[in-house]
Design a protein around this ligand. Sequence first.
Ligand code: ADP
Ligand code: ZN
Length: 435
Amino acid sequence: MEQRYFQKEIETMPVEEMKKLQSEKLVKQVKHVYDNVPYYRDLMDKKGVKPEDIHGIEDLHLLPFLTKADLRDAYPYGLLAKPLSECVRIQSTSGTTGRRVVAFYTQNDVNLWEDCCARAIVAAGGTNEDVCQVAYGYGLFTGGPGLNGGSHKVGCLTLPMSSGNTERQIQFMNDLSATILCCTPSYAAYIGESLKEQGYKPEDIPLKAGIFGAEPWTEEMRHSIEATLGIKAYDIYGLTETSGPGVSFECCEQTGMHINEDHFLAEIINPDTGEVLPEGTKGELVFTSLDKEAFPLLRYRTRDICVLSRKKCSCGRTLIKMAKPMGRTDDMLIIRGVNVFPSQIETVLLNEGYAPNYQIVVDRVNNTDTFEVNVEMDAEQFTDKLSDILAMEKSLAEAIKTMLGINPKVHLVAPKTIVRSEGKAVRVIDKRKLI
Ligand code: ADP
Ligand code: ZN
């Protein structure tokens, strides 16, 4: 059955009503945290804020921030707000940027999280007629369990593939006519590459949509995946600390992700000063969980850099939108004093006709940063004529220099020499950090 929204009354709620709902929830949530989480109570006491000072979302800025360092400090149980007897699930971050942290869920937390993922699937055109292939990892990683639960809620026939075993992914996708694929964008690109090698054309592939997230990916990468798989590719965002995927999701307009703001209150701050920035300004995204019972983080600093917008959306949803995060503050490399996000390099590569198979290697030699980009040629680009390779490397280095203002050393490498990712891709090797 055609369905436009999973929870219409929330997804299209007038903004003023939503703010009222958020205010009511915030007041209760602050009290819940203050009463049950000594770690956060201490932070509030130090800042001289009491739950009675919080009357609504206009008072949010009074509350202290939480950071990943706090989560590591309080590991494992220090931020738990419910007795373990009421918790039914533990998930863990991927550990992309350091020691993993764990998050806890009550049954109600799992339920609301799955609702968020269901909203994302419906926004991507999913219905109970669809076969939804979930190729995010299952287990501690939130990708598999989150989309699995959302897919059930929508009533899709769910294929819990988990990540890896690409041959089997392709076989089941075809045998069972999967219509929606959920995985990381780098794994979607890898599946697409494998299908192409097996002679599949986009029109032979049963998929109609993909829901890809858990790592930054560029518009260029979106176009490339859409063309290879013959689908519409939707972004989905989330983090374990707030639940998992489904904190925000893309609709048919594909111009940013609607935040499920009935559950997650978003702010953008200046990452250096902590000052709250007005809508439309780029900065660090901060979330307050309004409904989480077991692990209710208030003003959690995600370190993800993006912009919020309340511009009217053609899909009819009134939920605020966030732009594609361009990376995290800690993904940002500073090379010879210049700020570099891997996503900028990805944009150049795809614009120059290369596949998104690359790795950035940064080191420091004689007190100067070295900056190398290894880029894979595909079978058509591949040549063993040295002068051709040198010319291609030079032209790519110039394109990257135009984007960033600093000169990389580009190495073109033979097809299939850069490791493919079945989960989150590792794009950067920063040897300076190993010293
Ligand atoms: P880890 O922080 O160890 O990677 P998670 O698996 O919880 O643990 O990942 C959450 C992080 O993944 C987010 O903070 C964000 O940096 C990144 N992320 C998730 N979805 C997206 C997306 N759609 N676009 C860009 N980055 C994303
Ligand atoms: Zn929309």
